[in-house]
Structures are given as structure tokens and as C-alpha cells.
Write a new protein. Structure first.
Ligand code: PHE
Length: 458
């Protein structure tokens, strides 16, 4: 059982790439611009970057340390790190529940991306006006069946990869895909900046207006930092179970976070300069923002050279689908690994079971944009509710619990040995890290929640 899990990410490089693959995804290219647009721009970005550094990276390293020290499934990792106290095994349930929730709505957007890749393949963007892109997206996303088909396809693909074992695919795929995606993003930034009203987008991104910052903006910035790094759910803990002993956890945590933040900021540089160049589109357009803006950029910039527009949009959407897949795999893995290790179900069966439940839940999320847009629970439709629960509730609370666990429950010697690889490497940031996980992170997250619940006012 343990050995078949070990097959997932066997090499050192594969494990790191898997963590980066989990982090870089639609959270950067789709969720970041959507949240930035909804929360007023530059001030939100500043707070988000601060949260990345002060909470995101330390919690990522916390997950790495727990997972690698445990070297088994997540529940077992908590037990081992606590010095054999079985009571801590329940922490392993956080990833199971979250895996279902997060994949169910993430797959909807990943499904849209897959459909757009298909449209790009069929030359479906040629000659369309900005207005048509808007109405086409609204018609597609509100349909009862069409988006459900693409969402199901994404979940099936994810399930196939998880069931068959991801070792080689992810390793090789990520090595080629990540730099290529980066390159395409850079070219698109150049294109977007050349659009006539680009300066308005830059203003929105870089001129902070702190009068727009309220408690919900702070919660959203924290949620975005956690979501984008995939921290707080135990997802990276699952992957870190397969890290080698030579890996420098702190250094790798910082590298993954830097890549992730850079991709998010560059995505902002593609979307916002373009938003202002499209008539009747505003930065707070919501989840459709990216899907309306991007095809427009392709057409406006490469319109004179149709073959270039065709190739560029096709490859870009395919890369985006792959980035989404490397993230959705990590989501399915969280829940499937639990059923595989705890109930000794064969890996493919565990993956299929979780996927079937996710397909059903994803239908509710997809219908939030059409038939069920008026069905609200706590004032939110299913899609928004799942997103809220994951990014603004489970991730920060999960992150806080992990910090308390590592900072207060785990023996300091064990933690130090884990971060310095048994004293073989220097870890100059260790004292800061320990201060953050013991005091700063738990207190900061607690205060943000207390403020949100009205128990306390900043
Ligand atoms: N970080 C991923 C992204 O940016 C999303 C994710 C969230 C992945 C939670 C795993 C767990 O797209």
C-alpha cells in the first residue's frame, strides 16, 4: 500500500515539480485577476503579496516538514510528527473533505478552459467581435449540459492520470510545460501592454487606493494567497510524504512561492491592460473576465496574421489546461489517497469513487451560472459557496491548525532536524520561521476571523 503510493512521485525533482504543478494553475491565471478585479486592484495585490510571504510560505514549509517527516499518508504523518500520539490522526481528514469540495468547482473552470482549447482548435475565435466573445461565454456557461460535458471530461482525465499513476507523466510534462507556459505568458504580457488603453490597466494594478480596503478585502487577499499556493488543506503535505531527505524545504518553499506569485502578477499584466481596451468590460466582471479578455487579446494583436492567432491561442489554452490538470490531480490525490491507504481500496477504484461524487457536485456548481443561479445557501450560489468554504474558511483554519501543531505540539528538536536535514544544511531563516508558525500566523489568522465575525474590529 505504502509502496504503491511511493510510486506517485518517486524522484526528488518530480516531487518539487509536482508541488509547483499543484500551485501554478487556474488560481494564478483565472482566480487572481478575478479577485483583484473584484477587490479594487493594487491595494489588494499588496496585501496578497504580504500574505504570501508571511503566511503562505511558512505554511507551505510547515506542510513539507510534516509530510516528509511522516513519509507515509497524511494521517500517519501527523501521528508520527506528534511523537506517536494517535489523537492527531484526525488532521488527515481535512484533505479528504477539501479534496471533494475544491475539485468540484475547480473542474468547472478547468472544463471551460478545455472547451476554449477546443474552440481554438476549431478556429472558433476568428473574426469575432468583443461583444460576441461576451455573449458567447454567457451562453456557453449558462447552458445546462454543454459545460457539464467539459467538466466531466476534465474530471475523467484527472481520474485517469491519478488511477494509472502520475510519476513519469507529471515529471516530464511539468519540465516542458512550465517553462513553455511562462514563455507564452511573457509574450502575451507584451501584446497586452501594446493595446491602446493599457496604461489604465497598469494604473489599476499598481496605484493602490487604500480607501477600498475593508475586512472582506483582507479575507479575500488571504484566501487568494492560500488558494494560489495550495496551502492549508494538506495537499502539499500529501506530496511531501514522497520528498527525499536531501531536499532543502525552506529553499524549495521559497522557489515554489516565487514562481507562483510571478505567474499571478504576470497574468494580471495580461488581463487588466486588455480589459480597458474592450468596450463595456470592467475589471470586476467576475469569473468570465479571463474568458472574455483572452480571446480578444489574441484577435486584436494577431488579427492581421490569422495563422499566428490560431497557433498562439491553441497552444496557450492547451498549456492552461495542463496547468489546471496538474492542480486538479493534486486535489483528487488528496481524497483518493485517503481511501486507498485507509480502506485499502485499489488506487483506481478509490480515484473513480471520488471522481463520481465530484462530477455530481460539479453539476450543481456549473448550474450556478445558469438554471440554478438563484439557488442560494447563506446568500451564495453553489459555486461561490464551495469557493468561499475552501479558500476563505478551510484553508486559513487548516493552515492555522498546522502552525499550532508544528509550533507547539511537535518537539523543537524534531522540527529543527527536519528543516536543517539533520544538521547537514544551514537554515538561516529558521528562527523567523519558528516565530511565524508559533505566534504570528496563528494570531494573524485568528484576528482576521474574529474581525470578520464581528467579535473584534481593526
Ligand atoms: N493552487 C492551485 C491553483 O492555483 C489550486 C489548488 C488549490 C490546488 C488547492 C490544490 C489545492 O490553481
Amino acid at each position: 500500500m505504502k509502496s504503491s503510493n511511493k510510486n506517485v512521485f518517486a524522484s526528488k525533482m518530480g516531487a518539487i515539480l509536482a508541488a509547483a504543478g499543484s500551485a501554478v494553475g487556474l488560481g494564478n491565471v483565472w482566480r487572481f485577476p478575478t479577485e483583484t478585479g473584484a477587490n479594487g486592484g493594487a491595494a489588494f495585490i499588496l496585501i496578497y503579496v504580504l500574505f504570501m510571504l508571511l503566511l503562505g510560505v511558512p505554511i507551505m514549509v510547515t506542510e513539507f516538514a510534516i509530510g516528509r517527516h511522516g513519509g507515509q499518508d497524511v494521517s500517519g504523518a501527523f501521528e508520527k510528527m506528534s511523537g506517536g500520539r494517535k489523537g492527531w490522526r484526525w488532521m488527515g481528514l481535512i484533505p479528504v473533505v477539501s479534496g471533494f469540495l475544491v475539485l468540484s468547482y475547480y473542474a468547472v473552470v478547468a472544463g471551460w478552459t478545455l472547451y476554449y482549447a477546443f474552440e481554438a482548435l476549431m478556429d472558433g475565435f476568428v473574426g469575432k467581435t468583443a461583444e460576441q466573445f461576451k455573449t458567447d461565454f454567457a451562453t456557453f456557461s449558462s447552458d445546462s449540459l454543454h459545460p457539464v460535458f467539459w467538466t466531466t471530461l476534465i474530471i475523467a482525465l484527472t481520474c485517469g492520470i491519478v488511477a494509472l499513476g502520475v510519476q513519469r507523466g507529471i515529471e516530464r510534462g511539468s519540465k516542458i510545460m512550465m517553462p513553455l507556459l511562462f514563455l507564452f505568458i511573457l509574450v502575451l504580457v507584451g501584446c497586452s501592454l501594446s493595446l491602446p488603453k493599457a496604461h489604465l490597466g497598469l494604473q489599476f494594478l499598481f496605484q493602490p487606493d487604500f480607501s477600498k480596503v475593508d475586512s472582506s478585502v483582507i479575507l479575500s487577499a488571504m484566501g487568494q494567497a492560500f488558494f494560489s499556493l495550495s496551502v492549508g488543506l494538506g495537499c502539499l503535505c500529501t506530496y511531501a510524504c514522497y520528498f527525499r531527505k536531501e531536499v532543502d524545504l525552506m529553499k524549495d518553499g521559497l522557489s515554489v512561492a516565487s514562481i507562483d506569485t510571478l505567474v499571478a502578477l504576470l497574468s494580471g499584466l495580461i488581463i487588466f491592460p486588455a480589459v480597458y481596451s474592450i468596450p463595456d468590460l470592467s475589471p470586476d466582471a467576475g469569473p468570465s473576465l479571463v474568458f472574455v479578455t483572452l480571446p480578444n487579446v489574441f484577435q486584436q494583436v494577431f488579427g492581421g496574421m490569422p495563422w499566428l492567432a490560431y497557433i498562439f491561442s491553441l497552444v496557450f489554452y492547451l498549456l492552461l489546461v495542463m496547468a489546471a490538470l496538474t492542480s486538479s490531480i493534486s486535489m483528487l490525490e488528496m481524497s483518493a489517497a485517503y481511501f486507498h491507504t485507509t480502506f485499502r481500496l485499489p488506487r483506481p477504484l478509490a480515484a473513480v469513487m471520488v471522481s463520481v461524487v465530484c462530477v455530481v457536485l460539479s453539476i450543481f456548481c456549473s448550474w450556478s451560472f445558469g438554471d440554478w443561479q438563484d439557488v442560494h445557501i447563506f446568500g451564495l450560489n453553489f459555486f461561490d459557496l464551495f469557493d468561499f468554504l475552501v479558500a476563505k474558511f478551510i484553508m486559513p483554519i487548516g493552515g492555522m491548525l498546522m502552525c499550532v501543531f508544528l509550533g507547539w505540539v511537535v518537539d523543537e528538536k524534531v522540527l529543527r532536524a527536519e528543516l536543517t536535514n539533520n544538521g547537514t544544511i544551514k537554515s538561516p531563516l529558521y528562527p523567523i520561521f519558528r516565530f511565524i508558525i508559533r505566534y504570528f500566523a496563528p494570531l494573524c489568522i485568528f484576528l482576521i476571523f474574529a474581525n470578520e465575525l464581528g467579535l473584534f474590529a481593526f
